[in-house]
Ligand binder design. Sequence first.
Ligand code: NAP
Length: 301
Amino acid sequence: MANIYTLRAFFSGQWSSTARLEGKTVIITGANTGIGKETAKDLAKRGARIILACRDVEKAETALKEIIDESGNQSIVVRKLDLSDTKSIKEFADVIKKEESQVNILINNAGVMMCPYSKTADGFEMQFGVNHLGHFLLTFLLLDLIKRSAPARIINVSSMAHSWGTIQFEDINSEQHYHSRRAYGQSKLANILSTRSLANRLKGSGVNVYVVHPGVVRTELKRHMNIPLLIMWKVVRPFTKTIVQGAQTSIYCAVEPTLDTQSGEYYSNCAPASCSRAARDDDVAEKLWDLSCQMLGITWE
Ligand SMILES: NC(=O)c1ccc[n+]([C@@H]2O[C@H](COP(=O)([O-])OP(=O)(O)OC[C@H]3O[C@@H](n4cnc5c(N)ncnc54)[C@H](OP(=O)(O)O)[C@@H]3O)[C@@H](O)[C@H]2O)c1
């Protein structure tokens, strides 16, 4: 009879590939811990230049040493990025455009889950502001460079939790009513919808976009969970993924050559997966796109 370890391995979508990334430059947001750090480690071992885009620079420097030690790759740097502040995002993009001649892979990985109600420096609800709007602006600011670096890939890290929420157009910043789980769901649904819209806009550009559910992974993400949810977490823990397993689908989307012909799709366990019906609604995706541009004061050609 299959034990829990066999079952976990079955569901983990472990994936291996000898693909190399010499000559490629990768940006990973939230790479000082969890899935982002593990993704950085793997891509560093494949020979890519890695930019760890992190809010906590001290923690990122510790991660940097660990990644260099394990990969032997010296071409790894830390650059400051706080996705809860558009000023920091603009400064980060300016630094990258000044320092880097190319960006071949952008992994929008950073995230915050179910935090108490708070707002970003620009007055956006924190989860929508960091998980969706922060990455939307970052992608917008780097896109010309990414296009010039084609073939290139953008990977947005979403979640199966996208089905917990809807896009609350009438109260996008949850000012009238805040439910931390639904707000996380809204931000992760926005990741999928904006991936679809971006893929449509990038047709023929040589830049492909993918959106990922990493699985339920043992990281620090659960830091804001309440006690009942933490008890539930302990019960399901044997069926959750290790951080190495949780990074596999991001790595797959960054590296797998057969994905060159795909764009705009949702992946889990290193394979295409189905997302909710709400996440496939192109009218809502376009409405969200316009609202995101308006909130950020940007015009996307
Ligand atoms: N773990 C899971 O089960 C799971 C499931 C589905 C989806 N995901 C998604 O996977 C991604 C990675 O999460 P994880 O599980 O690895 O969580 P984690 O260990 O908590 O890592 C989250 C990362 O995001 C960074 N971050 C948070 N707010 C930021 C901000 N304002 N600016 C810049 N960086 C910020 C954190 O930086 P600090 O160190 O500065 O806080 C940290 O590096 C997230 O998008 C998450 O939604 C995770």
